[in-house]
Design a protein around this ligand. Structure first.
Ligand code: FES
Length: 183
């Protein structure tokens, strides 16, 4: 084999490798969307749905929430999420604060409406605080500072109490705009 035909063969091998790798990566993304960093495919809140179509997720027992309305943080685990190929179960989707109001419950997304940092509940001042750019919120979720970095109050979600269990329609919302718009 001449030098030039050897060189041609090497180039051909390299081309085959690139094509195979690209196809492999695409297939992996299609089969394992978690690995591809595309959780939006699985997040029910990111699908184009009306609010009433967002599934209910059970979060906690009503009796586990303080009766004085102190907020409690809970992780949201979606029982079942479907994409085009697969049904996934027990998918962590985010977190919420639940606060009791008598027999009713209010739910706030833990994500700051400004740029999505995790909001803290401050026991000492009995309010919410986002440490990223110092947005503060009252217990009802309203913005409490003038010129707040957050353009709106904390994002609420539908809640219901059934047989002593608290359920929510978990949703994410478009950050850094005044209106509360599901993504
Ligand atoms: S992300 Fe919360 S104040 Fe900026």
């Amino acid at each position: 084999m001449t030098d030039s035909s050897k060189k041609q063969e090497k180039q051909e091998d390299r081309r085959k490798f690139i094509v195979t790798s690209t196809i492999g990566a695409s297939a992996a993304c299609a089969l394992f969307p978690f690995a591809s960093g595309i959780p939006s495919v699985l997040d029910p809140a990111t699908r184009d749905k009306g609010n009433s179509e967002v599934p209910w997720t059970k979060i906690a027992k009503l009796s586990s929430l303080p009766e004085d309305g102190t907020p409690t943080k809970f992780e949201v685990i979606l029982a079942k999420v479907r994409d085009a190929w697969t049904t996934y179960t027990d998918i962590p989707a985010g977190a919420v604060y639940l606060a009791r109001k008598g027999e009713e419950v209010v739910a706030f997304n833990l994500k700051c409406p400004h740029l999505g940092c995790a909001i803290d509940y401050r026991k000492n001042s009995n309010d919410y605080f986002c440490p990223c750019h110092n947005s503060t919120f009252a217990l009802d979720g309203a913005v409490t500072t003038e010129n707040s970095p957050s353009p709106r109050g904390m994002d609420t979600m539908d809640t219901k109490v059934e047989n002593g269990e608290v359920w929510i329609r978990f949703q994410q919302f478009v950050p850094n705009i005044k209106e509360k718009v599901p993504v």
